[in-house]
Design a protein around this ligand. Structure first.
Ligand SMILES: Cc1cc2nc3c(=O)[nH]c(=O)nc-3n(C[C@H](O)[C@H](O)[C@H](O)COP(=O)(O)OP(=O)(O)OC[C@H]3O[C@@H](n4cnc5c(N)ncnc54)[C@H](O)[C@@H]3O)c2cc1C
Length: 379
């Protein structure tokens, strides 16, 4: 495995650095404070080809592999976790699900619009009482002539209000039957599909998280993704890929916190010398650097395997579990290195600290990653 960055990755990293300076950094604390989801930024990311990174060019996407995708999310994560999270959810979950399991007609209809960001995508698996244990979901779909009728609530959905199109997994069979759930594409504006409560979050505040409510929502049978009964199995496969994107997001946050810490440790003086000269601070930076390197290698490994169409259940869980915990550890240490200034909104580490925690929760908590890994290694 050669993990050196290719030409496209260098190009994407440079492009995002410039884009971040112009369109994200000047406004991101304002969005964070007000919990504004800046749709216009995602439209611009669409113009740059970053809202359909993995979508084949024939469907209007950039046609890149996971290496380029990881670079894009990591670079965005170094700037603003919220923008990186929303970009990742749009690409991996909604778009990724339609790309992997949609028929030709569905792909032609939705992928070009998602890749250009004309449509913002959402993906609904989680419900109020079923997060980690998604198989017990209560949202039901009942067959009625040429339609399926959806009833229930999905919660914690990224773009639950703004999303123009959602992939929704609902129960079509028996409780606890892994073949008792089906995935549907539901367009905003479909009668009975409403947005619910928007969450007021600790971090990732510019990434919209909200409920999606289905009240006798009639969805034509042509909107079923793949086979009836395959929705849960499909969702688990989508999460295998999605977890690589959360690992990349975690890596971006960890790197952002580390870069800021290195700079500060060289500039800030106490006792007549830069604080980086104190072994206590140098050791923190050494731990951060080592753990970031390890997280990056695990993430690159999972990306490499995924691009080469190998099963990545264990490797994506390794990457997501480790990188997300590293993001939290690095941003905690970054706040400590900044001292009192780290506890204010005048420096970036406070935001990395708040944003990082989502990474150990979304798309499967750290505990669930350990369950997945244990299951794989005990097979
Ligand atoms: C900002 C944000 C965005 C999100 N976006 C989306 C989205 O777009 N679409 C979507 O479908 N979902 C989304 N989610 C939901 C997310 O995937 C869930 O929050 C996550 O899977 C955990 O579920 P839960 O919150 O219900 O926690 P719970 O499952 O209730 O877990 C609570 C605690 O119990 C632990 N636990 C649970 N089961 C076990 C077990 N068997 N063994 C050991 N420990 C266990 C967990 O690790 C955790 O520590 C989002 C969440 C957030 C916060």
């Amino acid at each position: 495995m050669d993990f050196s960055l290719n030409e496209n990755q260098h190009m994407i990293a440079d492009m995002i650095k410039k884009f971040g300076d112009e369109h994200i950094r000047p406004k991101m604390m304002e969005w964070d404070e007000a919990q504004t989801f800046p749709v216009e930024v995602f439209k611009k990311l669409g113009d740059l080809g970053l809202m359909g990174v993995l979508v084949p060019t024939e469907y209007g996407g950039s046609g890149f592999g996971y290496a380029e995708y990881v670079t894009a999310i990591t670079e965005l994560g170094k700037i603003c976790g919220s923008i990186a999270l929303s970009m990742a959810a749009h690409n991996s979950l909604c778009t990724g699900h339609i790309m992997a399991f949609g028929n030709e007609e569905q792909k032609k209809k939705y992928l070009p619009k998602l890749a250009s960001a004309e449509f913002i995508g959402a993906w609904g698996l989680t419900e109020p009482n079923t997060g980690s244990d998604a198989m017990r979901m209560k949202c039901v779909a009942k067959e009625d002539g040429d339609y399926w009728v959806l009833n229930g609530t999905k919660c914690w959905i990224t773009h639950g209000i703004t999303g123009d199109v959602a992939v929704v997994i609902a129960r079509t069979g028996e409780l606890l039957d892994s073949h008792g759930m089906t995935a549907f594409i539901v367009e905003r504006g479909t009668p009975g599909f409403n947005a619910g409560k928007k969450e007021n979050k600790l971090g990732m505040r510019a990434s919209e998280t909200a409920e999606m409510i289905f009240d006798n929502c009639r969805v034509p049978k042509s909107q079923v993704l793949g086979n009836v009964g395959d929705g849960f199995i499909q969702a688990m496969k989508i999460l295998d890929g999605g977890r690589i994107s959360i690992a990349a997001l975690s890596l971006g946050i960890a790197k952002g916190a580390y870069d800021a810490s290195i700079k500060y440790a060289k500039e800030r003086e106490q006792f007549g010398q830069p604080i980086g000269n104190f072994q206590a601070i140098g050791f923190k930076l050494a731990d951060m650097a080592t753990e970031i390197e390890a997280a990056e290698l695990l993430t690159f490994q999972a990306a490499y395997l995924k691009t080469n169409h190998k099963k990545v259940t264990k490797e994506s869980a390794f990457a997501k579990y480790y990188a997300s915990e590293v993001a939290v550890r690095c941003s905690v240490e970054a706040v400590q290195i900044f001292g009192g200034y780290g506890y204010t909104k005048d420096f970036p580490v406070e935001k990395f600290y708040r944003d990082s925690k989502l990474c150990t929760i979304g798309e499967g908590t750290s505990e669930i990653q350990k369950l997945v890994i244990a299951r794989e290694i005990l097979k």
